[in-house]
Ligand binder design. Sequence first.
Ligand SMILES: Cc1ncc(COP(=O)(O)O)c(C=O)c1O
Length: 396
Amino acid sequence: MKSFEKIKQIDKQYYMPVFNRFDVCFTHGQGCKLYDIDGKEYIDFGAGIAVNCLGHNDAELVNAISEQAKNIIHLSNLYYSPIQAECAKELLKDTDFDKVFFCNSGAEANEGAIKLVRKYYYNKGQNKPVIITAKNSFHGRTLATAAATGQPKYSQSYKPLPEKFVHIPFNDINAFKDAINDDVGAVMLEVIQGEGGIIPADYEYIQEIEALCKRSGILLIIDEVQTGMGRTGKMFGYEHYGITPDIITLAKGLGAGMPIGAVLARGECAEAFAPGDHGSTFGGNPLACAAALVVIKRLKNGLIDYVKQSGEYFWDKLQSLKKYPAVKQIRGKGLLLGLELNSDIVKYIIDKMLANCYIIIGCGANSVRFCPPLIIQKNHIDGMVECLEGILKEVK
Ligand SMILES: Cc1ncc(COP(=O)(O)O)c(C=O)c1O
């Protein structure tokens, strides 16, 4: 195997420098553990940014993918696929949604949702081009989803951008009321802003958004790319809010590491696309669907309940860190938790944790995020919090 230095050198020479990589190179994983090129063991509280929900090298997942690979890896969406059909059925079972479209990523799922909204109004002969989104939101990096994202840093160098995205302050119902007019076709929100810093929407805010959407004929899209698939202790994050969105989008944990995204819609929205309106070569291919099917079944067979319990345990544990002056706030739900820190010590904390073999990630202006595999155990949580406490103690 090549040495780490050699790999870094190749990466620097050949890979476009869009990522600020940490100074570590991982070669394999097992459960909640990752191993670097020298065999050093780390506990993973990042899960590939909320993706590896079943941890690493999960036997059932690996077996399902391997068996599927022996049958067929890829099949054009021009043909019927038994595993895609089963995956669609299982994903929609017991949900509020009638139909799904599979794609490959979160951005693509949101792009698909935006197109679905446009097509819905086109079918009705109505012109409602505006989509309201929240400031500080994150919806992806394609041109349309970067324009939808309420953080200029993701779009300012890519103008001209697709138009008609209006960004309003998050958790401010009056701002939403002020933004409503006849041009507004939809609102797209995260119930917990993930990249934005683990900032949960207020219960009343989301309730009122839904009521106003119904009254004004505006479609409600919830971006569940990060909050979906059991991450918050329910299958979808919006379920904590007693609402029924028209459209939700999924990706990340849906394939536990296999690239798959999804747009789920109900009622008339679910019927808006006709043949030829949208598509994807790879979207929902047999290999990705085989993985998603394992995830869906595991979540429904007890993993969601486990997330709820371990999320509560984790939350209680984090409270012990409140006493440190560097900790401003603890936020989140289930296994999507974050600490907002005073001042700019985020990088220092993440680097120190990594040096101590704990992987955590940053988000927002000055927060750290914990989004471990959903199978994380209490002893991992105890160890991580203890390590973090040791570092916080020393921060002035
Ligand atoms: C809420 C949300 N939406 C969309 C995306 C984009 O997903 P992807 O990186 O798979 O395109 C992300 C990724 O972090 C996300 O957190």
